[in-house]
Ligand binder design. Structure first.
Ligand SMILES: Nc1nc2c(ncn2[C@@H]2O[C@H](COP(=O)(O)OP(=O)(O)OP(=O)(O)O)[C@@H](O)[C@H]2O)c(=O)[nH]1
Length: 544
């Protein structure tokens, strides 16, 4: 383990340690776990695929946590901090574990994307890159397995690969990320390039913008019993702060417990803030009742049944993305099915990396329904998400929509859209049941045929309604003729579904020339009857 010498931590107050999380993502077998092993000095929960608790519970492919410690570099100086702890979050590469990756990626400050030098960008590399674009600002690309290249040709092949990758990254928000070559686990000898990678990684780490205000929130990644102590929940504080003796809640179980003790990487602490990786010990809590999920300040999380999110379609997603279909939606550490309905505003799009401004959705505005979520970059699009079961999340959570069960080309991107929750409705709190107040309309056109002229102002029309139609619903609705004449529906004509139209002006000569002179004569030009169109605006949600 660990190429770098372990920094002396004995006697250091854990509160003086700045923790930053680095995600290790990439395609299956690219060498993520080998890399985490080569960089780390401390293995934590499920690290290196061999944590005893994980083994006992049969979790062999999971988020793995390990860390290394360094003196605090100059660009990360924060008052009161002396050491930097880099926590590596090793995400599984297998396609079926994308839910875990999405959960893991939401707690990282920087993403390390591991690429096999002989393979380049593979399917899950691309999906991880998309997740990285959505969830974090910084990227370091690690080109691994360089020992596999023939020595004489190595430099040339590496340069070629770097050029190819640079073209891909130039099209992402990362533009020109550092690319470092390593051999994390060469067949013989020790890892190569690790110290250089460590230096570059530390240089690329962002100054943490910690959100210590607001209610405590903790993304739990593992939960296990410790004999004689209680149950330990390990995870990352995603918001606020926590102290020993605070009350915390497991929202989906509606269970509250007192924090008995806390540890950061095996050292006891009495308080911790957002970004810290922590083990929280509570008593009288059955470890088997929770695996992944959220801990929160009591009462601060809601069981969300439906929500509106500002969304954006992922440009690499090539399938249909239609309203009224079911799709997997990841919120926090949960991934579940939701029925989606898309609509759009005329406002320019919002940045989705933080909560939307208040009033971004305006209840006095009418919004246009979309059959499909498209890549329109000019206006903000939204999704109404109706979850299959209530999901515990904060009202401004990040969301990712994906088709995880799709039976399609295995190399196709499954990530469909991403977004930010803006308004929620929760069963427990009817005051948030605002969904029906949003007015989403859909314009529909019904078409029929003009049968004949009744008089200068009146026409008899057909083929729009059946004899069972309640014509009172359509009386006075405006119509247009294919000749440009306008008017409104006057009511039923007879019992067969025919109807009368009252024109605004006397019938135009153009229309008159094309309409039959008598009841029995068909259209003057049989292939081009005069058509009558009724424009209807239907509301999907409306209580106004
Ligand atoms: N030759 C060589 N083999 C490597 C290197 N790094 C990793 N490997 C091998 O590649 C295989 C996969 O390595 P892992 O570290 O398990 O890859 P991973 O990306 O964590 O795999 P998943 O978590 O299953 O996606 C193993 O057999 C490693 O020994 C390297 O630098 N050189």
């Amino acid at each position: 383990m660990a190429a770098a010498a372990a920094t002396e931590t004995a006697g250091v107050d854990p509160g003086a340690i700045l923790n930053l999380n680095v995600g290790v993502l990439g395609h299956v077998d690219s060498g993520k776990t080998s890399l985490a092993k080569a960089l780390s000095t401390v293995a934590s929960t499920a690290a290196f695929d061999k944590n005893p608790q994980s083994k006992a519970r049969g979790i062999t492919l999971d988020l793995g946590f390990s860390s290394f410690m360094l003196p605090l570099p100059a660009h990360l100086q924060v008052p009161g901090k002396e050491l930097l702890q880099v926590t590596l979050v090793d995400c599984p590469g297998h396609a079926s574990l994308i839910k875990t990756i999405i959960g893991g990626a939401q707690i990282i400050d920087l993403m390390m994307l591991v690429i096999d030098v002989q393979k380049g960008i593979q399917t899950q590399t691309a999906e991880c890159l998309i997740i990285g674009e959505i969830t974090c600002d910084r990227l370091v690309v690690v080109i691994n397995k360089v020992d596999m290249l023939p020595e004489g040709d190595r430099e040339k092949q590496i340069e070629k690969m770097k050029l190819r990758l640079a073209k891909t990254f130039a099209q992402t928000r990362f533009k020109n990320p550092p690319m470092i070559t390593v051999a994390a686990n060469p067949g013989s000898g020790s890892p190569q390039g690790i110290e250089n990678l460590m230096d570059q990684l530390v240089q690329a780490l962002p100054r943490p913008a910690r959100q210590v205000d607001g209610p405590f929130q903790f993304a739990v990644d593992h939960c296990f019993p410790i004999k004689g102590q209680g149950t330990v929940l390990t995870g990352t504080i995603t918001r606020g702060r926590v102290k020993v003796d605070d009350m915390i809640e497991v929202p989906h179980l509606q269970v509250q417990r007192k924090v008995k003790s806390m540890q950061m990487f095996k050292r006891p602490v009495t308080s911790a803030v957002q970004g810290d990786r922590l083990g929280i010990c509570v008593t009288q809590f059955d470890a088997s009742s929770m695996e992944r999920g959220i801990l929160a300040a009591p009462g601060s999380m809601r069981a969300v049944t439906a929500a509106v999110a500002a969304v954006r379609r992922i440009r690499f997603y090539k399938q249909a993305l239609s309203s009224r279909t079911k799709i997997h939606v990841s919120v926090g550490h949960h991934t579940l099915l939701a029925t989606v309905l898309f609509f759009k505003s005329t406002q320019p799009k919002y940045e989705l990396d933080g909560p939307l401004p208040e009033g971004a959705l305006d209840f006095d505005t009418e919004y246009a329904f979309c059959d499909e979520l498209d890549t329109d970059e000019t206006c903000q699009q939204y999704a109404v998400l109706e979850f299959a079961t209530p999901v515990m999340c904060s009202p401004t959570s990040l969301v990712i929509g994906s088709r995880l069960d799709a039976q399609h080309d295995a190399s196709a991107c499954r990530l469909a859209f991403h977004g930010r929750l803006h308004a929620i409705t929760s069963e427990a709190d009817p005051r948030t049941s605002w969904l029906p107040s949003i007015r989403v309309y859909r314009d529909r056109v019904r078409e029929g045929t003009v049968e004949r002229v009744h008089d200068d102002y009146t026409l008899v029309c057909r083929d729009m309604f059946t004899k069972e139609t309640d014509m009172n619903k359509f009386a006075y609705k405006p119509i247009t003729l294919s000749t440009g004449d306008t008017g409104m529906i006057e009511g039923a004509f007879g019992q067969s579904g025919k109807f009368k139209v009252r024109l605004d002006e006397p019938l135009s000569q153009a229309a008159r020339d094309r309409l039959p002179k008598s009841r029995k004569q068909g259209p003057v030009i049989p292939d081009e009857p005069v058509l009558v169109a009724l424009h209807l605006r239907k509301y999907q949600f409306a209580n106004k």
